[in-house]
Design a protein around this ligand. Structure first.
Ligand code: AMP
Length: 595
């Protein structure tokens, strides 16, 4: 198949808003293409030049692309900006600005070959000249899609889950097997090859690429919690960041909920995890921890418990200082120590455990962590230098003794304590105990439930103190007044109604000046429409907002409005897809207004 056919197919997919039509056009293309080219197309349809599990990246930033398009088109900066304003993405600019060459029969396999060469090339200049040579043999339409793939966003309304649907259609394979293979492999291209060969069942887990996290649904009362299931296991809800640790052959990698690798931000956790006796994937929360405080994290008297964690969680604002850093200073390691509180296991002892009920996973997790406690400390074979891991020499109180858990001075990897709740009184007691330990509330989990990656079901429930907060996506911003003049401080935000974001409110306060300054920069770089004092922006920033109550209102598209909305915090750990939905808004409204 040629790059031109691929690009024309993309245009056709972009040309319809109907999901089923998109799937059927993509499916027909994948069926018609030779398997190897269909596999490449599946990657490109998902907006990526390489499979998720490989670490290869092109590292061709926006400014290089921009320069190349300017050179090849001979257009001025002002002319290109004009075109950019119309489309808002570099690929579309390339499509419109580049000269109309005749098709050279460029094949997907050659495009892929060039992408591999670009990834292997060192430095921006050789990378740019490889891409330049590729664009020089492309028609304007091909160039449009090559640039879109390079910049990682096709913008034809096709996300990876729809590509899975298209593969199912193309090869008449069961969708659940395709989803499972793609989850295990982290590779939509290989998934397609297996589907084409009717070998989906042979997919085996590949370590070191993040598996989607199981998510929780909010509940408003203890009674509501027990209406979903009987055998409830409860844990404190820690206010930290969700993390998935992959361990194999002494190598450790930790992934965040946004699928980014965050191992380097938490060097003190790595030696402990590397000591695990067998390969494993653990799910838990990284929490800033005060080892000196006396209150312990285990559930209160009378509740079952399987670990003793001394100290208590520090607020999320502390942990925030540790986020997004490539290198963590000694000072920060000491002032904001962290622990990894593990509450689930996805893979261990060569078995994928997601199909097993929580009660069995919990037992396996206990025994894996028990072995960890006994295991001799192991060196870690990681891309992280030994120095960045072992130069750390003290915990919260400056003690430097080493222990088998791998941390220097303190035990860093713990089983999150669990208890059983039989009645709503049990839950309320646990809730208050969790709050008194400085934690956000409770997680209530169905002991009979499997681990469902990426799904927010009713098997895990979260109970927080506030009546409710909403996670919302910023869609538009405005310049502030008074001391906020010149910065974008007023945010209009939205929630999901199906696939569409609908506005529900606007908030002015809650962020610090530093945060507002940083957000202003981001919004200016990601505006999609400039309306003078108001900018529409790419819907990527997630905020947690609190409010006093909720009203039916014509003012916003959602049909609801919030009374006294305020920003609780930025949620850089969440993606736009993770924001709340209109269903959730209706639930809150109903619970506030007596059903
Ligand atoms: P939220 O971020 O409000 O949607 O709440 C869900 C998040 O709570 C999860 O993604 C975890 O990061 C976090 N969390 C804290 N403690 C636990 C726990 N014991 N079990 C599961 N998730 C937890």
């Amino acid at each position: 198949m040629t790059m031109l056919q691929f690009s024309e197919t993309c245009e056709a997919i972009a040309g319809t808003t109907k999901k089923l039509e998109k799937i059927s056009i993509a499916g027909a293309y994948l069926r018609a293409a030779p398997v190897e080219e269909a596999a490449i197309a599946a990657l490109y349809f998902s907006g990526s030049p390489f499979p998720a599990y490989v670490e290869t990246t092109l590292q061709l930033g926006g400014s290089i692309l921009w320069k190349l398009i300017a050179e090849l088109s001979g257009k001025s900066e002002a002319e290109l900006s004009q075109i950019y304003k119309k489309h808002g993405d570099a690929g579309a600019v390339a499509g419109e600005a580049l000269p109309g060459r005749t098709a050279s029969g460029l094949r997907l396999t050659s495009v892929q070959q060039t992408f591999s060469e670009i990834a292997a090339a060192r430095g921006p200049t050789p990378k740019a000249s490889l891409l330049r040579a590729l664009l020089e043999q492309s028609t304007a339409l091909e160039a449009k899609y090559i640039v879109k793939i390079v910049s990682g966003d096709l913008r034809i309304g096709l996300k990876e889950s729809l590509v899975e649907d298209a593969i199912a259609k193309a090869f008449e394979a069961p969708l659940d097997q395709i989803k499972r293979a793609n989850m295990l492999l982290g590779d939509i291209a290989e998934t397609l090859r297996l589907a084409a060969a009717a070998k989906l069942k042979e997919a085996r887990l590949r370590l070191f690429h993040p598996i989607d996290f199981m998510l929780a649904s909010p509940i408003d009362s203890a009674e509501e919690a027990l209406s979903y299931f009987e055998n409830a296991s409860v844990e404190d809800k820690y206010d930290g960041i969700r993390a998935q640790a992959h361990v194999g052959g002494g190598e450790v990698r930790i992934f965040s909920r946004t699928r980014d690798e965050i191992s380097q931000s938490f060097p003190e956790l790595l030696p402990a995890l590397a000591s695990l006796p067998s390969d494993a994937i653990l799910d838990g929360e990284i929490v800033a921890w005060d080892f000196a405080k006396s209150s312990s994290a285990q559930p209160s008297e009378g509740e079952a418990n399987n670990a003793l964690v001394t100290g208590r969680a520090m607020p999320f604002s502390k942990l925030q200082q540790r986020l997004g850093r490539k290198k963590v200073s000694e000072i920060l390691l000491r002032s904001v120590p962290v622990v990894f509180l593990v509450f689930d296991v996805i893979y261990a002892r060569e078995e994928l455990l997601i199909g097993r009920p929580l009660r069995e996973r919990a037992e396996i997790l206990d025994s894996v962590l028990r072995e960890l406690a006994l295991a001799p400390r192991r060196e870690i074979v990681s891309r992280l230098t030994a120095q960045s891991v072992f130069s750390f020499s003290g915990g919260g109180d400056g003690k430097a003794a080493e222990d088998s858990n791998g941390g220097a001075g303190h035990v860093r990897v713990h089983r999150a304590p669990t208890a059983i709740a039989r009645s709503h009184e049990d839950l309320e007691r646990s809730f208050l105990a969790a709050r008194s330990r400085g934690n956000e509330g409770l997680m209530i989990k169905d002991q009979d439930s499997p681990y469902t990656p990426g799904r927010r079901g009713k098997s895990w429930l979260k109970m927080k103190r506030e009546l409710a907060t909403l996670d919302v996506v910023v869609t538009a911003v405005e310049y502030g007044h008074g001391k906020r003049i010149g910065v974008l401080s007023d945010y209009t935000f939205a929630i999901w109604d199906g696939d569409t974001l609908v506005n529900i409110g606007k908030a002015y306060s809650g962020l610090t000046d530093v945060e507002i300054a940083e957000m202003t920069k981001w919004f200016l770089a990601h505006k999609t429409k400039d309306l003078g004092l108001r900018l529409e922006v790419e819907p990527k920033i997630v905020l947690e907002v609190a409010f006093n109550n909720m009203m039916i209102s014509e003012r916003h598209e959602s049909g609801f409005a919030l009374r006294f909305p305020r920003i609780v915090r930025l949620r850089p750990d969440k993606m736009a897809e993770d924001a709340d939905t209109i269903e959730r808004v209706k639930e809150i409204y109903a619970s506030e207004h007596g059903g």
